[in-house]
Design a protein around this ligand. Structure first.
Ligand code: ADP
Ligand code: MG
Ligand code: MG
Length: 249
């Protein structure tokens, strides 16, 4: 069973076609890059897969189960996690606390901040492990809002690690990250994929970073997927070259 299947997805808003005939089948454990010019529909596709946006037509299956009519919350329970183009952290809570809440949910608890400090509980230990992995070991006590942009992105990866999702959607995880942090962040993402065994989909404009991470690339163009293949095949695909890469986008 594929980890994720999207079948004939369409979205029309106020007479405008945003997505049309989107088909995608993602094998378990694979890492798929999603590229395409601004406005192609990449974030909209992620919003539909994660349940934020309802499609006009088509279906979404996670591990063979039709989740098209499930809420965001139920989909997360079905094993889906994601990041957003803009930050989804709690800025006034500490770095540790942001990760601990996610770990607590993954361990079967509720999404609530500290009541009593329990520094040795399982969620705290898991959180600290993930923060060491992403290189934020010395920043656990800081409010997440005080972090640099690059560190916030690392924290989002740690939060995602803590949720232990089976299917993970990363929407431009490197957006706004300084060139000095891009290498470390892409290593963090590679390590997440390697050690967690989850299926990853990532929208990213840093092409050289994306191509170094993924097994396959889906190319979106005007609301549909025009190619889905290995990075090399996609880069050499004449349709892709003339539609998208050739435009210098
Ligand atoms: P990408 O992530 O590839 O840059 P988006 O998915 O954000 O593209 O947007 C795809 C298209 O859908 C754009 O033309 C955008 O303006 C439009 N769009 C997205 N969401 C809405 C909405 N809620 N209402 C109207 N148009 C939308
Ligand atoms: Mg965009
Ligand atoms: Mg987008």
């Amino acid at each position: 069973t594929p980890a994720l299947q999207v079948k004939d997805l369409g979205l029309t808003i106020g007479g405008a076609t945003i997505l049309e005939g989107v088909d995608l089948e993602v094998e378990k454990g694979s890492f798929v890059g999603v590229i395409g010019p601004n406005g192609a529909g990449k974030t909209t596709l992620f919003n539909i897969v994660s349940g934020i946006t309802r499609p006009t037509s088509g279906t979404v299956l996670i591990d063979g189960r039709d989740v098209t009519d499930l809420s965001v919350h139920r989909r997360a329970r079905a094993g889906l996690g994601r990041t957003f183009q803009t930050s989804s952290l709690f800025p006034q809570l500490t770095v540790r606390e942001n990760v601990r809440m996610a770990a607590q949910v993954a361990l079967g608890g509720s999404l609530s901040p500290w009541r009593f400090p329990r520094p040795d509980d399982a969620a705290t230990r898991a959180a600290e492990e993930h923060l060491v992995e992403v290189g934020l070991a010395d920043k656990m006590e800081l409010p997440s809002g005080s972090l640099s942009h690059g560190d916030k992105r690392k924290l989002e990866i740690a939060v995602l690690r803590a949720t232990d999702a089976d299917v993970v959607l990363l929407d431009e995880p490197m957006a706004g990250v300084g060139s000095g942090d891009v290498g470390a962040l892409s290593e963090t993402i590679r390590e997440m994929h390697r050690s967690q065994g989850s299926t990853l989909l990532m929208v990213e404009h840093h092409m050289e970073v994306l191509l170094g991470l993924v097994d396959r690339v889906a190319v979106m163009y005007f609301g549909t997927i025009i190619a889905f293949d290995t990075p090399e095949a996609v880069m050499n695909n004449p349709t892709v070259q003339s539609a998208y890469l050739g435009t210098g986008a």
